[in-house]
Design a binder for this molecule. Structure first.
Ligand SMILES: *[C@@H]1O[C@H](CO)[C@@H](O)[C@H](O)[C@H]1NC(C)=O
Ligand SMILES: *[C@@H]1O[C@H](CO)[C@@H](O)[C@H](O)[C@H]1NC(C)=O
Ligand SMILES: *[C@@H]1O[C@H](CO)[C@@H](O)[C@H](O)[C@H]1NC(C)=O
Ligand SMILES: *[C@@H]1O[C@H](CO)[C@@H](O)[C@H](O)[C@H]1NC(C)=O
Length: 511
């Protein structure tokens, strides 16, 4: 018995830094932001670490070693904020979220979080490491400062590069599409021009909300909290929710590692009711339809719902549809359609009889579809969906439909096309092979670097001095300006010196 305990202790000590206390924080407005954190937590807990996880979505399960903190103010704020009809807005051609809504989110959510006693109680505890969401991290950076510990990011939005840029990672506008734009990294002249414009103007327009947020952080946490951009630059390590095969090949500093699909897993057998439903279609198989957790399918306008129902009724396949309403309310559902409030998405995507996936194109859904090798029809709604769709279309495993012009006829044709044109499935399988061909699994990578930061109490030796340079300095524009100045000066001097009248005067003086 004692031998066993000794062995176990030895193992733990050898494995790392025996038992760290880690505080994870996401203030992402949608539940999918939790997923990469929970996967990392599940990998860290068996290795002796304790995880405290602050977020706005009450826990669905309990896990020994994981304590979820869900301040009620934050939970309620997100619930109020996200009771939206994004699909309807997108169909009308409106911005699904107004700029004002995007801006107010960052500081209002901060206020709701810091006002809460549950959050402030965390400041009385001791942690060894904090892991923040790269989306809306600014508020939590104030807590990082107060707790005085090293921190990392999980950049849940894999096409977002803002926190990498602040850390000094090269993300040139010429090959880094803004994460909300429908373009790939291979842009023509005018696409590059508009991309640079969108990115720059986006940063400028966002600055006042960040300043206001900073004011909010200082009000709650003390006026000595430094500038939040500077706090962000002190990040030890960034786990980027991307991977060259599914996002873009990028230059990465040594303090960035990619962990796309950290949550992906092989399919488990489906519950009996779903399996029976699928079996009912025989060999023709089924398609899976989901708008994810953020879009709130049940809030969609009725004409879109009817359009989908009409399209599904014309398909020779069964249709599994994630829809958050009671079947009793949907009296017009065709016999080949089954809805579910929650469906085991990965087990479905890995099912032998699945023919295609109709999706809003959320990042995690796109990763999962590649992991399971399934072609998709995507209907981007907001945030990064357009960028995700652009990449999937470029990779050849997706067809994109515009919600503004969608008809039941177009949807049926798109579904038939991705199923019957073999290139879509072939490209999905090709990407699947590429995604899985890695030296270590994304979870192993994430655990390694997390424990690395704990072992060395931060990874400041990996930081690039580029993070402290401004735009002009980073691109050597200050030097170009300096050199141009020198050239002008020299030219002025030589002109003066070679001026015939002055030369003449000089000669006269000599005589
Ligand atoms: C983890 O939490 C448990 C229960 O709160 C505590 O007993 C244990 O000491 C903690 N371990 C570490 C490494 O902090
Ligand atoms: C949420 O909405 C309700 C009803 O409109 C309101 O009373 C409440 O104050 C809101 N809560 C937050 C945190 O915004
Ligand atoms: C970075 O964080 C560490 C740990 O909290 C701190 O000691 C250090 O002063 C910080 N550096 C800067 C430049 O803020
Ligand atoms: C940010 O940090 C840099 C380098 O440490 C410092 O020179 C600068 O004054 C800081 N900026 C602000 C606004 O605090």
């Amino acid at each position: 018995m004692t031998l066993r305990i000794l062995l176990l202790a030895g193992l733990l000590a050898a494995s790392c830094c025996s038992g760290a206390d880690i505080l994870m924080i996401t203030m992402g407005g949608t539940k999918s932001h939790k997923i990469p954190f929970l996967e990392l937590a599940k990998g860290l807990i068996p290795r002796g670490h304790n995880i405290t996880f602050l977020n706005g979505f009450p826990a669905d399960f309990t896990l020994h070693g994981l304590q979820e903190v869900t301040p009620s103010g934050l939970v309620e704020y997100i619930r109020n904020y996200t009771n939206w009809d994004l699909l309807g807005a997108r169909m009308r051609g409106d911005m699904p979220l107004s700029l004002w809504d995007v801006f107010r989110f960052s500081w209002q959510i901060c206020d709701a979080t810091l006002e809460d006693k549950e959050t402030m109680d965390l400041l009385g505890r001791k942690f060894d490491l904090m892991i923040l969401d790269g989306a809306f991290p600014e508020c939590a950076l104030g807590l990082v400062y107060r707790l005085g510990v090293p921190f990392m990011y999980i950049n849940t939005v894999g096409f977002y590069t803002g926190t990498m840029a602040l850390a000094g990672n090269p993300v040139p506008y010429s090959t880094t599409p803004a994460f909300y734009r429908p373009v790939t990294d291979d842009m023509r002249f005018f696409e590059r021009l508009s991309n640079a414009f969108y990115t720059l103007v986006g940063d400028v327009v966002y600055t006042p909300s960040m300043l206001y947020l900073q004011h909010m952080v200082r009000r709650h946490l003390g006026s000595d909290v430094p500038n939040i951009w500077n706090l962000s630059r002190n990040v030890s390590f960034i786990l980027q929710n991307g991977q060259a095969s599914v996002t873009y090949p990028r230059p990465l500093l040594p303090n960035v590692a990619e962990i796309a699909c950290i949550h992906c897993k092989p399919a488990a057998p489906l519950p009996k009711d779903l399996e029976d439903f699928i079996a009912g279609a025989g060999e023709s198989g089924f398609i899976y339809v989901s708008m994810g957790s953020s879009v709130k399918a049940a809030n969609m306008p009725d004409h879109l719902r009817q359009l989908l129902v009409q399209a599904f009724a014309r398909l020779p396949y069964r249709v599994l549809w994630k829809y958050e309403a009671s079947p009793a309310l949907l009296t017009d559902l065709p016999a080949n359609v089954k809805i579910g409030r929650w469906l085991p998405q990965q087990d479905i995507l890995g099912h032998r009889k699945l023919r295609a996936f109709v999706t809003h194109g959320g990042l995690l859904s796109m990763f999962e579809t590649v992991y399971h090798g399934v072609p998709v029809v995507t209907m981007p709604v907001f945030c990064d969906h357009d960028a995700n769709a652009a990449k999937a279309v470029a990779d050849g495993y997706a067809l994109k439909l515009d919600l503004e012009t969608i008809t039941s006829e177009r949807l049926v044709r798109a579904i038939h096309k991705v199923i019957h044109d073999p290139t879509y499935r072939r490209e999905a399988k090709r990407r699947q092979v590429l995604l899985k061909d890695q030296r270590s699994t994304p979870l192993e990578t994430a655990i390694y670097w997390t424990e690395y930061v704990i072992r060395h109490n931060g990874a400041y030796h990996l930081q690039s001095p580029a993070r402290n340079l401004n735009f002009l300095q980073y691109y050597c524009l200050d030097q170009v300006l300096f050199l141009i100045g020198v050239v002008y000066l020299l030219r002025a001097l030589t002109r003066l010196y070679l001026n015939p009248r002055i030369v003449q005067l000089g000669k006269e003086k000599l005589h």
